[in-house]
Design a protein around this ligand. Structure first.
Ligand code: ATP
Length: 325
């Protein structure tokens, strides 16, 4: 193996830069050349790439976003597009490709393996934490802290006015971020897909009224996972108001994707980026470098989107039964 490629794809996540750095430094130590493709799979198709040396990743570890940029790539959804990507990789003599992204990116890699002769290795980078085969994805810890910082501030103003707030957090179709941020913020309610596939406004209102009976007027926070209600938190707030409960909505949005990665994400990214390259050198293929119980481990890329990983049910139950008011 002489030349490997690396790209970041799908939603960007804090710590992706730290993972790129670890890939480059580990490859450099093994005398491998590293080609960084820009804008995810698009950079391969469009031949937008640069050779990455340790110089390029100097002092990169602390920066959010990704220096390789990220993007979705429509062409990967067609067999022709995938064949073109494979052809460019062959033409550039890329012996292996490291893909830093989420389960969508890894589905793309599985498609690519049908036409590409080199090795493929995933590194889980997404704030959603919705990737099987790793306890945490790179970016999740930072996103939890970012959401928490915002929710704590919302709590201050909610307390001052004794208001009810609906705070919408990201997470796609999973509630890892909502549960973690909601628990850490001491939210009165957490609404996420793992709790109920359909949102029940009557239950939400009952919960609020019970809390008001117990405590009188007071601030009350609901952390809502995105995709739980058509139109999101703003639409749900209107509906709750229509049913007699005044409520403010706050959508945290893309601030959750940005910012300096926290220490835990930098360390995880360093470990997984390094392990990815080491395992490629050992002959691994179509695997993801993950971490389970603090140990770096390989997991088949094809299984990373199976949605077997569970949100912390223990904490969620506790929140619902004990800490609801
Ligand atoms: P995140 O969940 O953080 O957004 P992700 O990697 O899951 O990250 P996606 O938008 O789902 O993000 O996927 C990123 C890219 O991976 C897509 O734009 C596409 O190029 C490729 N991809 C996703 N799913 C497939 C698929 N089924 N077949 C081929 N390529 C795919």
């Amino acid at each position: 193996m002489k030349r490997i490629g690396v790209l970041t794809s799908g939603g960007d996540a804090p710590g992706m830069n730290a993972a790129i750095r670890a890939v480059v430094l580990t490859a450099n130590a093994a005398e491998l050349e590293v080609v960084g493709f820009e804008y995810g799979y698009n950079g391969i198709l469009e031949r937008q790439y640069l050779t990455l040396t340790p110089y390029h990743v100097n002092h990169l570890i602390q920066h959010g976003g990704t220096v390789l940029k990220s993007a979705r790539c429509q062409a990967m959804f067609s067999d022709d597009g995938v064949k073109q990507v494979a052809a460019v990789l062959h033409e550039l003599a890329i012996d292996a490709l490291v893909l830093i992204g989420g389960d969508g990116t890894f589905r793309g890699a599985v498609q690519l393996s049908q036409h590409y002769q080199g090795a493929l290795m995933g590194v889980p980078g997404t704030i959603d934490n919705d990737v099987d085969g790793t306890d945490f994805t790179i970016g999740f810890h930072t996103a939890v802290d970012t959401a928490l910082d915002a929710i704590d501030k919302i709590r201050d103003t909610a307390d001052a006015f004794e208001r009810i707030f609906l705070v919408e957090v990201m997470g796609r179709h999973t509630g890892y971020l909502a549960v973690a941020a909601g628990i850490a913020a001491g939210a009165e309610q957490i609404i996420c897909p793992e709790l109920a596939s359909e949102l029940d406004t009557a239950k939400i209102l009952q919960h609020i009224r019970n809390a008001q009976q117990h405590r009188g007027r007071c601030s009350y926070l609901i952390v809502l996972a995105e995709t739980m209600y058509p139109g999101g938190a703003a639409a749900l707030a209107l509906e709750l108001e229509r049913q007699g409960v005044e409520c403010r909505a706050s959508v945290l949005g893309h601030i959750q994707r940005g910012g300096r990665p926290v220490g835990a994400d930098r360390i995880l990214a360093t470990k997984l980026g390094a392990y990815a390259v080491e395992q490629l050198l050992q002959g691994a293929h179509l695997m993801m470098a993950g971490e389970v119980n603090a140990q770096a481990t390989l997991y088949p890329l094809i299984k990373t989107g199976d949605k077997q990983k569970k949100v912390d049910q223990y904490l969620l139950n506790w929140q619902q039964q004990v800490a609801q008011y």
